[in-house]
Design a binder for this molecule. Sequence first.
Ligand code: C5P
Length: 226
Amino acid sequence: KKYTVMLPAAGSGRRMGAGFNKLFLQMAEKPILIHTLEVFEKDEHCSGMILSVKITEKQKIEKMLERFGITKVKALVEGGEERQHSVAACIRAHQSGGIVLVHDAARPFIDQNVIRKLVDVAAEHGAAIAGVQVKDTMKFAPDGIVEETVDRSKLWAIQTPQAFKYELLKEATDKAEVDGFLGTDESMIVERLGHPVRIVESTYDNVKMTTKEDLLFGEVLLKRRQ
Ligand code: C5P
């Protein structure tokens, strides 16, 4: 099944401490951004990509796409203050319906099988998100004092991609904007509509490149895959 992927890439990467957009950091001689885009460039089911970028980085990214032979980018739109705004900009730029995936440009290690499953489940049920079961013991502890140990068999750590029927995600985005609601992922704005969201089991290596340690892990993963 075909899908379009929206990739927010307009963050500043403060926690990486590189002093510039972390997506430009190199892993195995390519920027992190390119590693992520290559996954979709190679996937025959991906019919197009829409990226949101900082206006000041647009030219640099355009050059990068050309240099690394990324051809499926249909639009480069201006991102916003928060991630949700950057994703909303992508959603507005896409008008043709179908299944859309939202995926952090900072997650280069997403598995093709997980993508396929997400698209299938979203096509059938409207909304599907990638997640893994938590490994640690989880405690609810407001102010650092334990109130309760939570049953971890029911807890999932959520990643991207998150897949939706376009109309559903568009409605959720419009409502979030009208209400001034800011979520930490797209699922939250869809959950607000009362629409069920299904979890598709993903892999633990689908990490978001956030801090320096993630880069080390990323280098190891890339070596193992070569
Ligand atoms: O900062 P974090 O790694 O959680 O961001 C996840 C993704 O969202 C990254 O690919 C980042 O570039 C993007 N983002 C964005 N616009 C923002 C903040 C983050 O496109 N305002």
